[in-house]
Every structure is written in C-alpha cells, then in structure tokens.
Design a protein around this ligand. Structure first.
Ligand SMILES: NC(=O)c1ccc[n+]([C@@H]2O[C@H](COP(=O)([O-])OP(=O)(O)OC[C@H]3O[C@@H](n4cnc5c(N)ncnc54)[C@H](OP(=O)(O)O)[C@@H]3O)[C@@H](O)[C@H]2O)c1
Length: 358
C-alpha cells in the first residue's frame, strides 16, 4: 500500500478523556507535527501536550464555534454514553451528536477526514461458526430492526458517517468488539471483580460461540491508520494510487477469536486465579436471562427507573450473539495489524487492573 508520509495537523478527538479516546490521544501525540484537541463534557487533562475542551457534542452551536476556532484537519469521533444508558440519551448523544459533528465537519473547509468508532453491537449479522464474517456481508441494524437501543444508535450513527463521505470530507467507520487494556473502566475491572467475588468459576451456557476482542492500543493504532489513509485518498491523483478507504467500514480486532469464557479464564489466571476444567460451574443461559429480566423489572418497580441493576438483560443477551470477523480488509487497505500478542495484552491488562484496584 501507499506509504507516502501524511501530516495529520490539527486533530479533534471526541471523548479524548475516555478509555479508548485517551489511548488515541497518546498514540496521536507520537506523530510529528500534530496538535491534538479533545472534547468531552467534563474533560480530564490526561496529557499536558493535548488541549482539552469542555463541550457537549449535542450542543451544535458550541461545536460550530469549536470547529471555527481549531479548524481540525481530522476528526476522530469516539464519544458514547454507557451502552446501558436510557434510549433517549443514547439517541441524542450517539445519533444526533454524530449528525451535528458531521454537519460541522462538512461546513469546515479545513476538515478533510472523519473516523468513527463503531461497535459489534451495531452489526445485525449473526456470528458464523464455520467462517469469518467480512464487512461486505455484514448488515447494520436499522431504525426499525434492532436488538437494543445502544445497537440501534450505533448502527444509525455508523450509517450516517458512511453516507456523509464526499470529496470534501472523507469518512470511514471502525467496528470494534469488546475493547480491553490499561485504563479500562469496564470489561477488565468486571473480570477482576468476578475473581474478588469468587464468581470466576461460573460459566453461562456451553461457551460454544466465538467472540472477537481488541486490545486498546491496537484499536488506537487502527484509528490513526484510518485517518492517515483518508488523508492520503484526499491528496491522491487517481483512485488507483491508494486502496479505497473512504465511505468504507472496517472490522478491527486482535485477529484471535476466542470463546468468551476461555478469554475470561485467561484473565482470571493472569490475576493469579486459574480455573481447572473440572472446577467450571455451568449455569443454563435461559435461567440467567430470566434472572436478569426479573432483576431489571424489580429495580424499575421499586426505584421508578432511577436505579438499574448491575446484571443487565442486554449484556447477557450479547453473550449469546457471538462475533467472528475477518480483519483482512483492514490489513490490506489500512495496513492494520494488532500491535501486541493477545496473551501478553491480557496479562498486561490484568496487571494494570490489579495495580489500580480500589
Ligand atoms: N469499550 C468497549 O468495549 C467498546 C466496544 C466497542 C465499541 N466501543 C465504542 O468505543 C467508543 C469509546 O468507548 P469507551 O469505552 O472508551 O467509552 P468511555 O470511556 O465511556 O468514553 C466515552 C467518552 O465520551 C464522553 N462523552 C459522553 N457523552 C458526551 C457528550 N454528550 N458530549 C461530549 N462528550 C461525551 C465521555 O466524557 P464526559 O462524560 O466527560 O462527557 C467520555 O470521555 C464508543 O463510541 C463505544 O461505543 C467501545
């Protein structure tokens, strides 16, 4: 692929204080001649070399003013509420917020590239046990066909970003499965919490389905590669000079699909708590799904929707979906490769979580 040097210039990372966003900021800062800006509602100054701004992306007036001030050449859009937030928040932030950003980017002459962080939750296509799903065969959820409000919003935003691709603004979406790594506030701490609660010998169902995972530094690398590839397209004289990246979606994973509890048990072992095959206690899937539904109903009734239980039906259902993807397109067109072997990445992530345990 074309290795022509690309200067990123001013880059706006939305959600640059978040888990993935802060790793993308760090990765960008290793580039020459880059100025990195981050926006979120309550920014944390995670690196003195980046410029952090407090802006809610659903406030289009403030976003427009920000674009006029910083004139980003590249936008990397990672903002999302929690996947379990209510559907109004999810729609407003993910769908309306992304549309507002796209309008600002399209109206800013300096903005040339827009990379969106999408999710496996946006993809409707089922996991194929016998072969990896490729982007060309993947279907996004739609406004009327979806599994949960998070998946619906992520799918609508993903589609909006791809539809916004033009000669003035080149766009691409990166579809990511569960992200793990240093700084994780969700997945890896939950695995450690299972160990601390003595729940690590439990398994939901038969653990037959394959899942993809992605180490956060690999995911960050992919965002930077996609931004550069879009800018390269922008300056290419002909389509043949660079592989088509604009208006395209890419699966980004470790390239090492695993059974979910196999991955989890490797993390437990890295925390010093290996589980032998004869120690595994299987819980029937349907029973756990029913327990989660009853728990949600009880919380809703007793707190009138103000509190939500830790065990959510949506998360349990996700464990039944599976995810088995090909990353060949990203390898060929972006030059993507995972930056670290998955076994080492799991070990480092658990070591980080134990060192930062509260
Ligand atoms: N984590 C995963 O396993 C996973 C898997 C697949 C895809 N993804 C996608 O990856 C992206 C990053 O996920 P993450 O886990 O890194 O999330 P995260 O740590 O929760 O970060 C999200 C960021 O968005 C900001 N934010 C939320 N609402 C905002 C708003 N209205 N305006 C401005 N900023 C807002 C938050 O900061 P404030 O609260 O201060 O505003 C935070 O900095 C998301 O798009 C997610 O859908 C994540």
């Amino acid at each position: 692929m074309d290795k022509k040097t690309v200067q990123l210039g001013h880059v706006l990372v939305t959600g640059g204080s978040g888990f993935l966003g802060s790793h993308i900021v760090q990765r960008l800062l290793a580039e020459p001649d880059v100025v990195v800006f981050s926006v979120s509602r309550n920014p944390r100054q995670r690196d003195a070399r980046a410029k952090y701004r407090a802006v809610d992306i659903t406030d289009e007036g403030k976003l427009r003013a920000l674009f006029q001030e910083i004139k980003p050449r590249v936008v990397i859009h990672t903002v999302s509420p929690l996947s379990t937030d209510n559907k109004a928040v999810l729609h407003r932030t993910i769908v309306e917020g992304t549309r507002a950003l796209l309008r600002c980017a399209a109206n800013c002459p300096e903005t040339r590239a827009f990379v969106y962080t999408s999710s496996d939750s946006a993809v409707a296509s089922p996991s194929l046990p016998d072969r990896k799903l490729r982007e060309a065969d993947a279907q996004l959820y739609t406004a009327t066909h979806f599994n949960n409000p998070y998946g619906r919003s992520k799918a609508l935003a993903d589609a909006a970003v791809l539809a916004a691709d033009s000669t003035n603004l080149r766009t691409a979406t990166l579809r990511l499965p569960a992200i793990y790594g240093e700084g994780d506030t969700n997945f890896i701490p939950q695995l450690l919490s299972s160990v601390r609660k003595g729940e690590h010998k439990m398994q939901l169902g038969d653990d037959q389905k394959l899942f993809e995972f992605v180490y956060v530094k690999s995911a960050s690398e992919a965002h930077v590669l996609a931004a550069k590839a879009l800018l390269r397209t922008d300056t290419a004289q002909t389509d043949r000079e660079s592989p088509k990246v604009h208006g395209e979606a890419f699966f980004i994973t470790d390239g090492q699909p695993r059974h979910f509890f196999d991955f989890a048990r490797e993390a437990y072992a890295a925390a010093g708590h290996p589980v032998a095959p004869n120690e595994i206690k299987k819980m029937p899937f349907a029973v756990v799904q029913a327990m989660a539904s009853v728990g949600e109903w009880a919380y809703w009734s007793f707190t009138l929707g103000r509190l939500t239980p830790q065990m959510r039906r949506q998360s349990i259902d996700h464990l039944n979906k599976g995810c088995h993807w090909s990353i060949e397109k990203a390898r060929q067109r972006l030059g993507y490769a995972p930056v670290l072997d998955q076994h080492i990445a799991i070990k480092r992530s658990m070591e980080w979580a134990m060192a930062h345990e509260k």
